[in-house]
Design a protein around this ligand. Structure first.
Ligand code: ASP
Length: 440
């Protein structure tokens, strides 16, 4: 049994948290590869080390004195080292090198990556594991995209002879020999890469919540946890705003069929959420989760007999593509087509898009409506259950929510519902109540 364990910033925010992590790792001998984030917030209003490092970069790039921020960062690490009583250990050489680098050639990705780099050095020492620099095993192309194959090969080869290692999260190396980072929260991806490369049995992702919740806790008070979710369901939910894991973190393990287990460092006794390829375990609530976002617009195109015009849809979408706008959904009728887009992306280009639609398809009417919220009700169990849609819509009707759009793909993994922005929270509560609260 081989496990890869990733710990987020709040799990490593100070020495106390580090000790909890140490206990978790030592409690299970199969936790052999560890991916740490940079120290996160210790309390509300605190600053993450990664954010301090970005400030450091801005000051250095502007030619300002950055010794103040540097001192704050240094103290964060020194406190951890002291709290762990690593008496003969110091990060002084690393700090000197960072200072030098920031004076000579300040780069934002390099600066940000040092949070994980330094934390991984402490972690390796604390656990007695080998430090493996991510810059030697994770590669990016010139556009900043992960070179997945090359990375997997290098990572697998490197770790083959190292039974226990710490690999810092969040960064790797570009073609030009400079450090590159993933987008924020990217240590989740590093963990997944390591797990995929060593063919781990499990990728444990330790954070400060006990997994995914059925609905957003800012809308639903104390929502129930999701025990098991498939990769595909998770994609749907995270696209719609459920954030616990970086969106791209599932790809490296998905291809290997490795499950991800989201766990809580502050409550290690909780089982957390299992993210799996496929499962015969059913959710107790028919649905797996509800998520949503506000701020969409609909563009309705009406033209008599559009259904018999070959290429009509393509030409309409061309008008959006020409203006660099991606669309979210596209429900249609006999003589109508509706294109749902992000309001903030669309608003500045709306007239250009409308005139392009006129040029390409000569519609009878084009109508734009704004302030639409989309809600995704996701669940692998829906396709084998009669009445799911019926329950959703009667719950919404009871809550006096007007449904403005419905979209259900033939995969039947989710039902997308469009409501007015102002009805968003009410709608989510109504759906949660009918599927979860009534079953408790
Ligand atoms: N430390 C980085 C961030 O704050 C990366 C991570 O934590 O995954 O985004």
């Amino acid at each position: 049994m081989k496990k890869v364990v990733k710990f987020g910033g709040s799990s490593l925010a100070d020495a106390g948290q580090f000790k909890k992590v140490g206990e978790i790792i030592r409690a299970d001998a199969s936790r052999v590869y560890v991916v740490p984030s940079a120290p996160g917030k210790r309390f509300d209003g605190d600053t993450k080390v990664t954010d301090l490092l970005y400030s450091l970069y801005h000051q250095a790039a502007a030619g300002e004195d950055f010794s103040g921020v540097m001192g704050t960062i240094r103290r964060r690490y020194e406190e951890i080292i002291e709290g762990l009583e690593l008496t003969d250990f110091t990060l002084e050489p690393q700090f000197r090198e960072i200072e030098q680098h920031m004076k000579e050639d300040p780069q934002p990705d390099y600066a940000a990556s040092r949070g994980e780099f330094l934390n991984a050095h402490i972690m390796a020492r604390y656990l007695g594991y080998t430090f493996v620099d991510a810059a030697e095993v994770i590669f990016f192309d010139d556009d900043g995209n992960l070179e997945a194959r090359k990375t997997k090969k290098a990572m697998a080869a490197r770790l083959a002879d190292i039974p226990r290692a710490v690999v810092p999260g969040f960064y790797g190396m570009g073609h030009d020999g400079r450090i590159r980072t993933f987008s924020r929260g990217g240590s989740d991806i590093t963990g997944s890469i390591v797990a995929g490369a060593v063919r781990a049995d499990v990728y444990e992702n330790w954070t400060d919540v006990s997994g995914f919740m059925v609905a957003d806790p800012r809308i639903i008070n104390n929502p129930v946890n999701i025990e098991t979710i498939t990769y595909r369901e998770l994609r749907e939910l995270s696209y719609m705003g459920a954030s616990v894991l970086h969106e791209d973190a599932i790809f490296p393990v998905r291809g290997e069929g490795i499950p991800i287990n989201i766990r809580n460092t502050n409550r290690p006794e909780d089982d957390g959420t299992w993210i799996v390829e496929s499962t015969c375990q059913k959710s107790g609530y028919v649905i797996t989760g509800i998520a949503g976002k506000k701020g969409f617009c609909t563009v309705l195109i009406y033209k008599a007999l559009m259904n018999s015009e070959v290429g009509f849809g393509r030409r309409v979408l061309q008008a959006f593509e020409d203006n660099g706008i991606s669309f979210e959904h596209m429900p249609s009728g006999i003589d109508t087509m509706t294109v749902v887009v992000h309001e903030d992306e669309f608003i500045h280009k709306e007239q250009k898009v409308v005139s392009a639609i006129h040029r390409y398809v000569q519609p009878d009417v084009v109508e734009i409506e704004s302030d639409l919220a989309l809600i995704a009700v996701v669940g692998r169990g829906m396709k084998s259950m009669r009445g799911t849609a019926g329950r959703i819509f009667s719950a919404l009707a009871h809550a006096k929510v007007n449904v403005r759009m419905i979209d259900q793909g033939s995969s039947e993994l989710n039902i997308i519902i469009g409501v007015a922005n102002e009805d968003f929270e009410t709608a989510i509560r109504a759906i949660y109540d009918i599927f979860v609260v009534t079953q408790l």
